[in-house]
Design a protein around this ligand. Sequence first.
Ligand code: NDP
Length: 381
Amino acid sequence: MKKKIAILGSTGSIGTQTLDIIATHSNEFQAEVLTAGDNADLLIEQAKRFQPNCVVIANQSKYNYVKQALQDEDIKVFAGKEALEEVVTFSSIDIVLTAIVGFAGLKPTVAAIKHKKPIALANKETMVVAGEEITRLAVENNVPILPVDSEHSAIFQCIQGEYHNKIKQILLTASGGAFRGLKRKDLENITVEDALTNPNWQMGRKVTIDSATLMNKGLEVIEAKWLFDVDVDNITAVIHPQSIVHSMVEFEDGSIKAQLSRPNMRLPILYALSYPKRIKYDNVDLNIFDVKNLTFDKPDIDTFPCLSLAYKAIKKGGNMPCIMNAANEVAVSKFLRGEIKFLQIPDIIDRAMEEFAFIKDCDIDTYIQTDREVKDKLIRK
Ligand code: NDP
């Protein structure tokens, strides 16, 4: 039996790589649902090629365009944000891969968990904003959350067979992004193009900027806390420019386990989809004799304060990670549009964390309200 996959965000970096895997492993996997935000043309192309049961275009104004293009295909077409929450509940789906970027991934993920769909989680912002609620719902519905993020996949692989052993420390590796080694004064006039160049990973625009500010590592610290139930004081970010060691776990006896591979997202995507099996995948092998130098350094938090902001947010708890995430989403999109400078990104987030109302006890609606409030105010500024 093929595993039927709903890919939320099939037109993005993770989504297209997931479809590559489905194409090369068509005996194992099948695309059941494909969704896009805005990119109707790519969604249509993917639908014609992969023949899913249905597609969703979140931008409702593109519904007629997609519907018309697929009129000769046996593929249902839906549009709008609510449709994303509905399609993940289809009984034919075996696993939902959440590769929407940002807060927009939250509601469909919640809907999928409530309908007992296993989650292959790429959309880290969901765990950052609502990790406590998401993990509670996952336990309540007996739903596995399988990490797609390479670092969390590495940790997940390191703890296989270790469930009764306490984790002493998670060592979360980071490439260091486009500006590793630079100081604040070097970052004053960098351009969007400079920031969109990651040395090791080809990713979507938002996560590439997050990587350059080190906010990506901050988001991942929070994601790791919830996925692996580890106190954030025991999660340490490590700059590892080669991106060969994807993270490490230190146990109580001092033993450190690591997962190594070439920097290629197809591996963690495949592992999340095939877990607990491992499936052959060509052309991604790491030749260990090519690895001459593996280095590990402390992050420069004076130059890249976003990492500290993430620790501060999760230690405060409540809606603070949600405030931080919303402010980051606004700041990154402003930077990408050329409206603010790179160094203003952490300033905007820091100020938002001071200014917006802190709420200790939250449910999903509190997060939705907080996200809307922060974004509305910051977008207008
Ligand atoms: P991309 O920007 O490349 O893709 C995002 C996807 O989400 C696209 O399909 C986009 O549709 C869709 N989308 C965007 N906004 C909305 C919305 N409001 N409603 C519905 N769909 C929407 O992002 P990535 O693939 O790089 O990242 C996706 C997630 O995975 C992020 O959370 C990221 O942090 C995480 N991740 C990414 C990695 C990577 O290597 N890329 C590595 C690890 C984690 P469209 O393009 O059609 O508008």
